[in-house]
Ligand binder design. Structure first.
Ligand SMILES: NC(=O)c1ccc[n+]([C@@H]2O[C@H](COP(=O)([O-])OP(=O)(O)OC[C@H]3O[C@@H](n4cnc5c(N)ncnc54)[C@H](OP(=O)(O)O)[C@@H]3O)[C@@H](O)[C@H]2O)c1
Length: 277
């Protein structure tokens, strides 16, 4: 059952609105002339902190649909936020989750978020992307790319990096079109590649040597903690990278094709269209 189409002038809230997917969704909605409110702790249209419930009501005021990002990677108040959103009149929710989350412990924050969204009693769509290609150019892997050596405990393991542009296109469709209600989309690129191949492709585009360096998982955890990452989050991220190393993160998802009726963008296209220097 759908709770009815969203009118073209109804406001859409984008959590993580300055992040890798959120700002791409906001750009698409702006271009389509839809009213958008981006929310984040700094730099969005409205200050919003998932860990500060006092910031929720102003963000939700007058909103008909919301894109939900759970930024913390540890248990947080996402179910309470979803309940407040519905009470405030939001009737369509699109959640950014993660590929493979069905196999995670019940206590995983994204699993809790999926439960909250599915049981909210309003229209929902869940996006389950694998690792974003843009982690190389906008996020945690950029310092290694800049330094010419990206040290990750992934061995020769392969994974089908997904382009954040594809995630944003699917999210925009789910926020504005009725046909995605009740769908869970597994979003990946078209081909699993290793970090060695990924850094080779980026090195060719940047015209300099960039290598992937395989490191011991425990050393990787220690390095992250030294850089200020909380130990539990460092363990969680390392566990996810170990899944790549062990060959458990190579599966392809059909979500881009199902949602958009076209194949996902290739990693090669992402590399070619990104400024590396
Ligand atoms: N990156 C990947 O490869 C990947 C793959 C699969 C799933 N995911 C999932 O995607 C989600 C986004 O992760 P990401 O690392 O890619 O981040 P991102 O969306 O690029 O950036 C995080 C966004 O959330 C905002 N934010 C951070 N802490 C916040 C808080 N306490 N309250 C409100 N907003 C906050 C940030 O802005 P401010 O700092 O200004 O608040 C930023 O806009 C996570 O749930 C992650 O598990 C990521």
């Amino acid at each position: 059952m759908s709770w009815g189409s969203l009118g073209p002038m109804q406001k859409i809230l984008i959590l993580g609105g300055t992040g890798k997917t959120g700002r791409r969704i906001a750009r698409r909605l702006h271009d389509a002339g839809r009213p958008v409110r981006t929310a984040s702790r700094t730099g969005g249209d409205i200050p919003f902190d998932l860990d500060d419930p006092a910031t929720w009501a102003p963000a939700l005021d007058g909103v008909a649909a919301a894109y939900i990002v759970e930024p913390n990677r540890r248990p947080g108040p996402i179910a309470e936020f979803v309940a407040d959103a519905v009470a405030a009149g939001v009737r369509r929710l699109v959640l950014l989750s993660a590929f493979g989350i069905d196999d995670a412990d019940d206590g995983h924050p994204l699993k809790a978020a999926e439960r909250a969204v599915r049981n909210a009693g309003v229209d929902w769509t869940i996006l389950q992307p694998t690792w974003f290609a843009q982690n190389f150019s906008e996020s945690f892997w950029l310092p290694g790319i800049r330094a010419g050596a990206l040290a990750l405990p992934t061995g020769d393991g392969r994974t089908p990096f997904v382009d954040a542009e594809d995630i944003a296109e699917v999210a925009t469709a789910a926020l504005t079109e009725d046909s995605h209600v009740g769908q869970t989309y597994q979003l990946t690129g078209p081909r699993a590649i290793s970090f060695g191949e990924a850094t080779d492709l980026i090195g060719k585009a940047a015209d300099r040597t960039i290598r992937h360096v395989d490191i011991d998982p425990e050393v990787f955890v220690e390095r992250q903690v030294t850089n200020g990452v909380p130990p539990d989050v460092a363990q969680l991220l390392t566990g996810l990278l170990m899944a790549i190393r062990d060959g458990r993160a190579a599966a392809l998802g059909d979500g881009v094709q199902r949602a958009l009726g076209r194949p996902p963008r290739s990693f090669e296209d992402y590399v070619t269209e990104t400024a590396w220097n």
